[in-house]
Design a protein around this ligand. Structure first.
Ligand SMILES: O=C(O)c1ccccc1NCC(=O)[C@H](O)[C@H](O)COP(=O)(O)O
Length: 208
């Protein structure tokens, strides 16, 4: 999300999370103040190889509830981040670690992250660290070796709703916890089309 009035429009759809990208090179770079949101919506800060200090600063300014790490952050870095945040904040923040999925993704790397994050996020590998706008083949998740809940991400749009409803009923989706939506619902970078998001939500809820 990027624009305050659009944030409120989308918040009216009652998503569980709203994401704010603190990565300057993104066309969705968030450089504003987040308007007051209902408590049920968790504010997620998205970072790409940022420093612990930078993440803590943004988490403090924007009262973030979750941190999405979308770069090459190591388990050691994440542990240091969690330790710093525990010192700084009363409540612990949720850590979502993103992985770029190509056909050759080696799921064994996840074992190193099992004890340092709350959720995984599987996004499509592409030129950009995120927001590439196309989906990966979800069948690769048949190899998912973990029981950690994950966000399914990457190029999901209204056209994917039917396929997604089929996927959500498969074994591979047993630990699929949330669906991450982005560029396929945009009127322009960072501005979401709340009408189409509403249609998508109903299609998903109607079927699951
Ligand atoms: O969206 C971005 O511009 C972005 C840039 C750098 C790091 C992460 C970014 N997005 C994070 C997300 O969680 C997106 O929702 C995810 O990459 C899927 O995007 P899309 O393929 O456009 O659906």
């Amino acid at each position: 999300m990027k624009h305050p009035e659009n944030i409120l429009e989308v918040a009216a759809l009652q998503p569980d999370y709203l994401g704010f990208i603190f990565y300057e090179k993104s066309s969705r770079f968030f450089n504003d103040l987040i308007p007051k949101l209902p408590k049920s919506i968790k504010k997620v800060g998205v970072f790409v190889n940022a420093s612990v200090e930078h993440i803590v600063e943004k988490a403090n300014i924007h009262e973030l509830q979750a941190i999405q790490l979308h770069g090459n952050e190591t388990p050691e870095f994440i542990k240091e981040l969690v330790a710093q945040m525990e010192r700084f904040f009363e409540q612990s923040l949720t850590i979502i670690k993103a992985f770029s999925i190509g056909d050759d993704f080696d799921f064994s790397v996840l074992q190193h992250f099992e004890d340092c994050c709350n959720y995984y996020l599987f996004d499509t590998k592409g030129k950009l660290p995120g927001g590439n706008g196309y989906a990966f083949s979800w069948t690769i998740l048949n190899n998912y070796p973990s029981t950690k809940p994950y966000f399914l991400s990457g190029g999901i749009g209204l056209e994917e709703a039917e396929l997604l409803n089929v996927f959500l009923k498969t074994e591979a989706a047993a630990y699929c916890y949330a669906i991450d939506l982005n560029s396929k619902f945009e009127i322009e970078a960072g501005r979401k089309d709340s009408k189409t998001l509403g249609v998508f939500k109903n299609k998903l809820i109607g079927s699951n």
